[in-house]
Design a binder for this molecule. Structure first.
Ligand SMILES: [Zn+2]
Ligand SMILES: [Zn+2]
Length: 249
């Protein structure tokens, strides 16, 4: 089971999870040329976390050249149906708590806490090996139910959106935007995510953690690693998106 986090951030998200039999995308907020910039690949289904353009915005154009099922919440679709052309697509509505069988995988949708109509994150389980990959971005907090689900995973992508000090002093942001990003329906900061990893996750069980959805204005890979060294210095299997990784038995 391979996980190729191709793009991660507010300029577009796309993560491919695949085996030799099955290939799915988690989010498609990039153009066709960006999606296939390393080469084309098959896509059996696209699972969309929420309505924001950096996650949903590329689905319509990518589906002009490939045929894939699309799974998303009805609220995400109805809110964007005029701006995103999904006519003729094999659309399937999902809700938090759903489990979808897709080839070698079972994909679970769980609720996030974000300023969107609806909003889910996905766990992809390999039905043969039972290994579980969790993929969570675009949430303001880790709720108790999210924590329980994330604790069952063998590898994770977690959001590390911003450095709080940089966000609070960035000249391009006003107080309203700062509070929106920091709020319970916003995005996770470097510190929030590292403290969650330290306090709630079993670092012996986890094969690796990728940190993603870094803000281009208020975060850098160096800031993420600095927070990591400070808060979870002993855990070394941490990478920053984009990255390709494997989940092995
Ligand atoms: Zn986003
Ligand atoms: Zn969002």
């Amino acid at each position: 089971m391979k996980i190729d986090i191709l793009h991660s951030g507010s300029d577009g998200n796309a993560c491919r999870v695949y085996t030799e039999n099955t290939s799915i995308l988690l989010d498609c907020g990039v153009s066709q040329s960006r999606l296939f910039s390393k080469g084309t690949f098959p896509v059996d289904a696209i699972f969309v976390t929420h309505e924001h353009g950096d996650h949903l915005g590329g689905v319509g154009t990518v589906l002009k050249s490939i045929t894939a099922k699309v799974y998303l919440e009805e609220a995400s679709f109805s809110n964007k149906r005029n701006s995103i052309n999904l006519d003729g697509c094999d659309l399937n509505f999902i809700a938090p708590g759903d489990r979808i069988d897709m080839g070698d995988f079972r994909v679970e949708a769980h609720e996030t806490n974000h300023d969107s109509n609806g909003g889910v994150f996905f766990i992809v389980e390999n039905k043969m090996t039972k290994l579980r990959y969790g993929h969570l971005t675009d949430t303001g907090i880790f709720t108790e139910s999210m924590t329980k689900v994330l604790q069952t995973c063998d590898a994770l992508l977690l959001e590390a959106n911003h450095d709080v000090k940089t966000l609070m002093t960035h000249p391009k942001y006003n107080d309203w935007i700062r509070e929106r990003i920091r709020g319970v329906y916003g995005h996770l900061s470097n510190e929030q995510t590292m403290e969650f990893i330290r306090d709630y996750l079993d670092l012996d069980k986890l094969q690796w953690i990728v940190l993603g959805h870094l803000s281009q204005k208020t975060n850098t890979p160096e800031m993420v690693l600095e927070a990591k060294h400070e808060i979870i210095p002993e855990f070394v299997k941490v990478y920053i998106a984009p990255v390709e990784a494997e989940l092995s038995e």
